[in-house]
Design a protein around this ligand. Sequence first.
Ligand code: 5GP
Ligand code: MN
Length: 339
Amino acid sequence: MKKDDIKNIKQLLETPKQIVIVPHKNPDGDAIGSTLGLYHYLLKHKHQATVIAPNDYPDFLKWMPEEPKILKYDSQKEPSDMLIAKADIIFTLDFNALNRTGDMEDALSASDAIKIMIDHHQQPENYAVYSYSDVSMSSTCEMVYNFIDMLGDKNLINEAIASCLYAGILTDTGSFRFPSTTSKTHEVAGYLIDKGANHSEIYNQIFDNNSYERLQLLGRALSNLKVLPEYRTAYITLTQDELNEYNFKKGDTEGFVNYGLSLNNIIFAAIFIEDTQNNIIKISLRSKGSFSVNEFSRAHFEGGGHTNAAGGKSNLDLKSTVENFISILPSYKNALNNE
Ligand code: 5GP
Ligand code: MN
């Protein structure tokens, strides 16, 4: 972020403002952690701030301080639209294009609040007055830490801010294992622990909070796992019937796609999840090394994300989607085998 931008933002935040903070649709740990972390920081400067999420998120994120104050746009449209319309500033966190907020897009576009983007996804759109975009960052939470630091307020980081930001760093780095994790990421995590983030408890809240049914669903997903050795690819499918059988709840399939990548010699993993309500197949893609699932998803599945983690969707049925996926792989055979 440019020095002048920081100077301007600092000035802007000197007097109390009406602020809305928005994560992407289907928010994950980094989206909720970064928006709530920033929320707690803005409260310290006496702003009126509200986090408005496009829709609900998994229960394993619902321990974060003041999480119950988050508005959900899909079920609380009226108060949300009012806050968006009268906001002085809108922070958009952990996404790179307004359409990633789903039905909130129109209200956000229509608002003439000053928009500030903080994000680490590739190919950011140019809708914000101030953009802090860095695709090399482990997480938006690490960036919110940097943002607070750039504003000279590192000392204001308290237990609430630290816990939220730590949670997002933890989830977006795959517990500090993805290549985007740097020594700086660990330094930031260390600082957050010093400020009160209880790393062990946060890990338990997020990862040791499984329902019995979720583990059974994981068992089903793993038995559906298919391997295509010549493309170093593995994929999982889950039908709506399978999800129903195990009483699927939001977040239950989070992380399943990574099991494909844990296979010896596999560098590309996908999961295809049938969603009959929205009449789509939701796709998650993961890779190792330089094979870009962001590019792959943009080219074939109306999505995007990062080099090693991206999402997308298909309007075909599950079987045709998988057939389509398999038919695309030969054109990537060299790329997949050159890793
Ligand atoms: P996931 O597979 O966990 O849903 O998402 C992996 C990454 O890709 C996340 O950083 C997420 O924000 C991004 N992502 C997921 N779905 C989409 C999509 O439809 N479009 C774009 N541009 N990014 C996505
Ligand atoms: Mn993120």
